[in-house]
Write a protein that binds this ligand. Sequence first.
Ligand SMILES: [Zn+2]
Length: 613
Amino acid sequence: MALSASLRRRPLIAPVVLVLLFTLASAAPAQRQAWLSIPPDSILHRIRVLSSDSLEGRRAGTPGADKAARYLAALFKELGAHPAGDSGTYFQSFDFVSGVKLGPSNVFALQFKPNTQVSSNKGSRPYVLEKDFIPYAFAQETTVTAPIVFVGYGISAPELNYDDYKGVDVRGKVALALRYSPDGEMRRGKFAKHTGSRFKAIRARQKGAVALILISGPAQGDDQLPKLRYDNDPSDAGLPVIGAKRSLFEPLIVESLELLQAKMDSTLANVSREIPNVTATVATDVVKLHSRTRNVLGCLPGNDPTLKDQVVVIGAHYDHLGYGGEGSLVPDTVALHPGADDNASGTAGIVELLSAFADRARDLRRSVLFIAFSAEEEGTLGSQYYVKHPAFPLTATVGMINMDMIGRMKDSTLIVYGIGTSPIWKPLLLQFDSDSSIHLKLNPDGYGPSDQSSFYANDLPVLFLFSGLHEDYHRPSDTWEKINAPEEARVLRLAGEVAFAVDTMPARPLFTKADSAPAPSGGRVYGVYVGTVPDFGEQVNGFKISGVRTGSPADKAGLMKGDIIVKFGNMDIKSLYDYTYALGEHKPGEEVAVVLRRGDKILTVTVKLEQRK
Ligand SMILES: [Zn+2]
């Protein structure tokens, strides 16, 4: 599968050009590095291989991703990179939760008081898993038996003057709620933030319920069970949660369920009520599936006797979404997601840069480490694992350049994040783009939705190159023939020139904390801004922070990387979801006591919440 050697050979440049390269302060435009003129054909070839059917969309933990890792390791070897992974290999393996399956102990049963008239249910009967009920992936493994309270849609939204929990007491009881909201199955709209099943589960728990049963209302048509689906968060919701057939409950509700739903939908009426003479037993058992995946690491050693212990990291994630599912924008479709732009383009980029740098191996002063990360799509797990198990000490890591989706440059516009993480970046970029042939959109932020965040969270200068979102993003239509390879070649040349300059400059780049604008709020984000960046890499009881945004409320309150928030206001925090829920319960301007674990200490700080802009 490797490419012929002729494509990899590049012309060498005269040494005098190298000297010119280091005159950063000079007004003269830099000489372009001819050895970084990468053939578009070669880029496209590698993208075609990586996005081909045989690699099956490269979902972390699947054979397709393993095949991609082996392909990359073989290329790294062929191109002369030294192995920098586990015990002399190119691979750095790690485990992660990749999915869930049903365990053996799921139980759902109703028990009726003697002498009650229930048309279709008599006595106690257990129901059939996957036919009558199914647990949610985030159900806590517990068994409870308790009376049932019907709580409408299970929504409590004081800001909308709507509360299904008003007038009923669910403490110690099983809450029974409809899926969705009075707006129907719409994902947007005023109830949007209240309709997620995780959110409803946390709401029920906060109200004191011991379990939650979700059913589809008659207005939703077919009496369907939800699918068991892992949402990339291994934390549970703190109580058992199941989906069940509404037909099991229809005989128990005196007024018809159809009528009650119609009332709620048309007048937002509260129709919540206890269901007399019956108790429910709910036991949930969901087994987490652990998978193993691998980062691929290859190194070109530096030649300077002292600087060679320092390293410049050039990275890109090679994993993608496989046949869809979580992360896909068409999650209910099973279809190969080739991920040509996301991120075969960046992966091809590190291979091409390795190839070019290998031809100049003797001119490298610092070492250069090329990393193809896995499990980025699961929440930058590969890079978060790497920074905890680095090949070179992080203190000797002078900077990281990340490429994620660089194959679809439009109007010669390149988005570059991380400008604020070192004063060196902007002059370098402008120097190598002195003719402005690439229109650079510079952003100071060191955080962003890709692997550079893991390095920035460790106080390292980072750059993130990105050619922009498009309509094929995270869809089966992200295919190789839509790649603009000549434009990607220009992006790679710029990336390579900046990396080579950093590799060879006498003093390492200074790190600076970047100003970061609060992320703009999307449909499902809440009005409150704190400035914490989640750490998805580790399972903890609480919400672990991988960093805080400079100048944010979290920063001002003294929150730090590694802190684990366990209480926010009066809400216990067990997961990211709890934290998001808790934010929704507060308003900008409020001061909230936050309890956190830092090492073996428990601290309480006060955070003054700001408005998300
Ligand atoms: Zn992606």
